[in-house]
Design a protein around this ligand. Sequence first.
Ligand SMILES: Cc1cc2nc3c(=O)[nH]c(=O)nc-3n(C[C@H](O)[C@H](O)[C@H](O)COP(=O)(O)O)c2cc1C
Length: 212
Amino acid sequence: MTTLLRLDSSIDPVTSVTRRLTARFADRWASAGPDRRVVIHDLVANPVPHLAHESLHWAPSLRAADAPVLAEAQATQDAVIAELLAADVVVIGAPMYNYSIPSTLKTWIDHVHVPGVLAPFGDSGQPLKGRLAVVVTARGAVYDAGSENEGRDHTVPPIDIVLGDALGMRVETIAVSRTLSRTLPSMAGESSRFEAELAAAEERLDSLAASC
Ligand SMILES: Cc1cc2nc3c(=O)[nH]c(=O)nc-3n(C[C@H](O)[C@H](O)[C@H](O)COP(=O)(O)O)c2cc1C
């Protein structure tokens, strides 16, 4: 059995671009071979709580001797990590909210970026090294080189650093911009470029789904 973990964090249940794309990736991936299982973790419907204590950022063996024992919080973190470790492939919907990561996805990241468990520390390795993480982002405005928002995307870079550099995963990022051209009259002139970005994203996702 091969497992895909699909994580969604858009708070738009109806017209979300990231949910549409993560669903498409999961469908294509599941239909590409037998014995494929998709686990959906909707971080809006089923959020991961904030980390309860700074000690939870570290493996138990790296914590201070006087760190509190937080059985319930530890069990939550163990379950989040186990869900990720059980996945052969991960697809993550990461819409831009206020130039950054949705808070629900941020708490998930806080739970899995654990030196000595999933990130290397001392002799410990990277158990997720080389596994594919497909990150699908959508943002309302324009972030092209030369635009006034160039360099203001703080959604993708931290995900890339944590999953790619710290956890050693193979991160593929797919971005769609101009999504607000669907609703804002002031952005109507961007709608054809939005449609083109969406079509390119679907094509790239189909190709990635067929490759893993
Ligand atoms: C709370 C909130 C904050 C947002 N902040 C930004 C922003 O900083 N920059 C931007 O370009 N779009 C912003 N948007 C628009 C979203 O990025 C856009 O609607 C995107 O398509 C959301 O992803 P989704 O379609 O998967 O829901 C924001 C939307 C919401 C709901």
